[in-house]
Design a protein around this ligand. Sequence first.
Ligand code: ZN
Ligand code: CU
Length: 487
Amino acid sequence: MKTCDLLLTNGLVFDGTGLARRRVNVAVRSGLICAVGDTSGFSARQTIDLKGLAVAPGFIDVHTHDDRLLLADPSMSPKVSQGATTVITGNCGISLAPLGSSPAVPPLNLVADGPLQRFESFASYFAALEGQPAAVNMGALLGHTTLRVKTMQALDRPANDAEISSMQELVREALEAGVLGVSTGIYYAPAQAATADEIRAVFEPLRGTQALIASHLRNEGDQVLEAMTEAMGIADDLGVRQVLSHHKVLGRANFGRSRETLALLDVARASGDVCLDCYPYTAASTVLRKDAVEQASRTLIAWSKTFPEASGHYIDDLMAERGVDLDTMIASLQPAGAIYFSMDEGDVERILAYPETMVGSDGLPHDTFPHPRLWGAFPRVLGYYTRERNLFSLETAVHKMTGLPAARFGLRGRGLIEVGCAADLVIFDPDTIADGATFADPMRPATGIHQVYVNGVLTWADGAHTGARAGQVIRRQSASGHSGDKS
Ligand code: ZN
Ligand code: CU
């Protein structure tokens, strides 16, 4: 008789590959899946009859800004409550490491705040996370904006040769420590002056590695195609895989243009390795910017350092109340963050349904009144877009959250229900799963998530956190010791 720790019987298994659901048993031993299918030869310490509920690999949130949350609130409740068991940090150019004591200029203030939890290197950041594990696994990206702020005297120009070589040194160090790749955010002020040549030079150490580049485009509005061409050219030159971050088209004038962006991707994919992530909402969220307010039909304040009570209020209401114009209002709120209603539902659905699109929440965990994507992105795809809108099958939806991101980010042994894979598992009810978070009530947990296991440890059960902190740091598989990664 073989033994296992946990036996899940009578579940509907969505294995993450996108293949049809199967009614088979799943057995777990020492944090790993040890059997899928016939488990009649097993004796289990604990057996749970799932009575037809769905079992899937834990969801992988490929687009997060959870760098500091993992340490500040290791429960990671916004993610675990949705069934997410792995987060990818450091997106949009802004990674917490290796910022060190450099100033958290916006948008770095979305992840770094005050003198606490600062790291000069990824090695020290990973060591801190392993010393105080969080409830979910994490893999990290190194941000280009972080490198600029750390190494450059002035940010309003391209980097010079000396600055580029300092940045390359930090890239090599991060790759050696095990980051999965890098990210850029040249839409944002501290990196706007960076040219494609600068980015290519800074990330030259990626050449020949399996590390990827995640790109927040320079422009997601009128110049979205030009911005895609610029970003894809950089990845193509370096010969690395690319993720176009939170793909979208912004502004009423551009509604419907995802037809053009996806057609451009089809062409690029014929020769290059490029994929997407997307969050399932028609509103964006980032720091407060006048151009973003002007592009949106409405703007909701997510946080403000100088006027905290503004959180959760629409900016046009605040302006009317105070009798001030937009410039004055923005100045009185800064530093601040906002939620911008600036997308078309048709575009969101078209992008989500694209075969190479993964789900990423892009949640901003330190906001006072956050975009509901922080707590709701994954259940919203499974409930609203899969069950109600029928955008794709449940098998496809799960694949976009599990097997696909694990393959694209090189997370070996994750994202699938297969013998030998980590027992990151979510048990949910496909008939009731739904996002609870809304724009009016953004921190309400999802419904329909029954249990969440991280590395075989029960972490969320029937609407409550168990207190478990079984998350691991996921390093790039080829990191350290492989000469191909050092040049
Ligand atoms: Zn971004
Ligand atoms: Cu982001």
